[in-house]
Design a protein around this ligand. Sequence first.
Ligand code: BDR
Ligand code: CA
Length: 315
Amino acid sequence: KKKIILDLDTGIDDALAIAYAVADPAVDLLAIICSYGNVYVENAVTNSLKILELLHATNVKVYQGRSHSAEKAKFVRMPVSAQIHGENGIGEIDLPSPKMKPAQGDALDFFIEAVKKYGKDLILVPTGPLTNLAAAIKKYPALVDEIGNITIMGGALTVPGNVTNVAEANIQQDATSADQVFRQAKLTQVGLDVTLRTLLTKKETQIWRNLGTKAGRKFAEMVDYYIKAYEVTSPDLHGCALHDPFAVGVAIDPSFVQTIDLNMYVTTDEKYYGRTIGDPSRLSAAKTNVKVAVNADVDRYLKAFMEHLTTLFKN
Ligand code: BDR
Ligand code: CA
């Protein structure tokens, strides 16, 4: 089984990423580390705990990570994230206060210890800002060689951004940390290039609702909120983008995407803040460290996604 740690800013598609990792029988979900973005870090923790309880996955630890970017004094939530994910980050669905408690101890130390313990068997999937990961690399630089794989949801190479013309939301939250990660770690980048092609519609959420289970109903309600938001912000797409659960899918089965090998960096200058770019000065370098997903086997992924989640929501 693949050992996975998720690093989330638990909004709606992050919740779907949790569900995918819990549902896939090939995965041992060790823990969730939280950050900020769709919501404040405290809410990301609460949302993660609520979703895990809804899915009866109470063995998964939830750690509170960094609350804001390395450079800013605090995190200011953007109105657009509330518009897309709801005030509570999970589409205003009502779930009981979690009985589970957040894990004690420092999130970064836990992650570093997990890298030392599991080495190449461990996969990290960050689907929020890269603040926690950059801080962990700073604390324990060897992790970039010791860990099995890092697959991130973030950035864009061939398409425009989604929060500014150039930047994708996760990278834009903390471009400095993202730049450190893109320069230092070996990564698979699952960006908007491919995640805007994996779309879910009300047809699929109706299948979950029809299961007649609490998990089916709550996830249908939550994702319908997200679909509605996409109808307003991106009417051309005809569905909501499965950004974060697609990154989990690719982390488990890289054959869901085709990648190109590049050395990447992230711009921190004002004009192009948060853009992930192929570094022209290293185009002919002998080694590359980022695999950028540029094509996706959308149908096969959506089939796996629906199979896994529907089976999970049945119980
Ligand atoms: C990313 O930004 C967040 O709003 C989503 O959860 C996803 O991780 C998409 O740009
Ligand atoms: Ca996210």
